[in-house]
Design a protein around this ligand. Structure first.
Ligand code: PMV
Length: 360
């Protein structure tokens, strides 16, 4: 059905509710730099997490006048949040061309995260994907346009992308790729695709323990960071390097080559932060403990011979990546060496997960 047919005839007595739980994800090849309507400058690949989730509930009812505006009430973790509400309103307005019925309904949205508030964990991937999934469920209820799993996921990923680029990847089970790449058939800049079939078993329950080293709000947002790439002198080299790294990562994921995987993950994390440091104006999101922990992880890997690697998102917290079969071997290292460096010993145990789940 054409988007321009997605208009509800009679909205009298319309009332309903949808609820989705959607996870965050950790990119191994990073998306950093965008153009146009939130298209990526390079393809990225990520692991979908299990425990770092946003639960979003959308109650919808009829509006009596359709004035082109978005009519929304929003509660974040039980409280009003004018900043988030405005962001959601702007987002819903921006996706109107894809879901033209959106101004015919009044929305009451409630959202909460399973990971602690102000833990320094960015929630845009989980929250924007949860909201996009709810909107798609509403479309499916009224128009029956997204019956097949593939159509549903594709549209949810596209709508999620328009909220936050990385959110496009959270729609999928296990591993996802977003961005057109000559190396992957069916890949697109518009939406992400599932990569499960291209991934060796060892990566299907990979661990990601997140060590909270600062709870401060980021000094430079991801949105501002992406736009600083437009004047970054290393930008073009970066985009081409990301494509090259993607080729090697795909091979490592297929082969189950954890060492190659780990070395690419670390290079990508440090490249992301290097790009921030050479932006104009320059900025640093790592904290002294970030560097200290990186050194500890590398030294431990060298002396133990165990495959433990780190990654970073756009923030100071360390993500520790390791395969499931060594989890018992590294408990002491984590408890004695890494956990004490965290704010209030705060860490989150996470792992590759099954993707979003519809609750209602
Ligand atoms: O989705 P955004 O616009 O918040 O950008 C996120 C970018 C990184 O998290 C740093 C990397 C990535 O690919 O997730």
């Amino acid at each position: 059905m054409e988007n321009n047919q997605l208009r509800i005839g009679d909205t009298t007595n319309i009332n309903g509710k949808v609820i989705w739980n959607s996870p965050s994800n950790l990119a191994i090849i990073k998306y950093w730099g965008k153009y146009g309507q939130q298209f990526p400058k390079n393809p990225s690949i990520s692991m979908t997490l299990t425990n770092s989730l946003t639960k979003t509930e959308v109650l919808y009812s009829a509006r009596s006048v359709y004035d082109g505006n978005i009519d929304v009430d929003f509660l974040f973790e039980g409280k009003e949040n004018p900043k988030f509400k405005e962001r959601i309103k702007q987002y819903l307005l921006s996706i109107k061309e894809y879901v033209p019925f959106i101004d015919q309904l009044h929305f009451q949205i409630k959202s909460e995260n399973t990971f602690p508030h102000s833990s320094g964990i960015a929630s845009s991937a989980s929250s924007m994907s949860a909201l996009a999934l709810c909107i798609c469920s509403i479309e499916e209820k009224f128009f029956k346009t997204l019956k097949s799993n593939e159509d549903f996921e594709r549209k949810a990923s596209l709508l999620a992308r328009l909220g936050s680029g990385s959110a496009s990847r959270s729609i999928f089970n296990s591993w996802a790729l977003w961005g057109k790449s000559g190396d992957v058939q069916g890949s697109s800049d518009e939406y992400a695709i599932e990569m499960n079939d291209h991934v060796h078993e060892i990566f299907k329950n990979l661990h990601d323990d997140i060590f909270i080293l600062s709870k401060n709000e980021k000094s430079v947002s991801s949105t501002a960071g992406h736009s600083l790439m437009e004047t970054n002198p290393y930008a073009e080299v970066r985009y081409s390097e990301a494509r090259r790294q993607l080729f090697y990562l795909l091979d490592a994921l297929r082969q189950g080559d954890i060492e190659r995987f780990g070395s690419i993950a670390e290079q990508e994390a440090l490249s992301l932060h290097a790009l921030m440091m050479v932006s104009n104006p320059s900025y640093i999101l790592m904290e002294p403990n970030t560097v200290k922990m990186i050194r500890k992880i590398r030294a431990y890997r060298k002396e133990s011979g165990l495959p433990v690697y780190f990654s970073l998102d756009a923030g100071p917290n360390i993500h520790l990546l390791y395969p499931d079969h060594i989890k018992n071997d590294i408990i002491d290292f984590i408890d004695q060496e890494l956990k004490p460096m965290c704010i209030n010993q705060m860490m989150i145990n996470d792992q590759v997960g099954p993707g979003p789940i519809q609750i209602e």
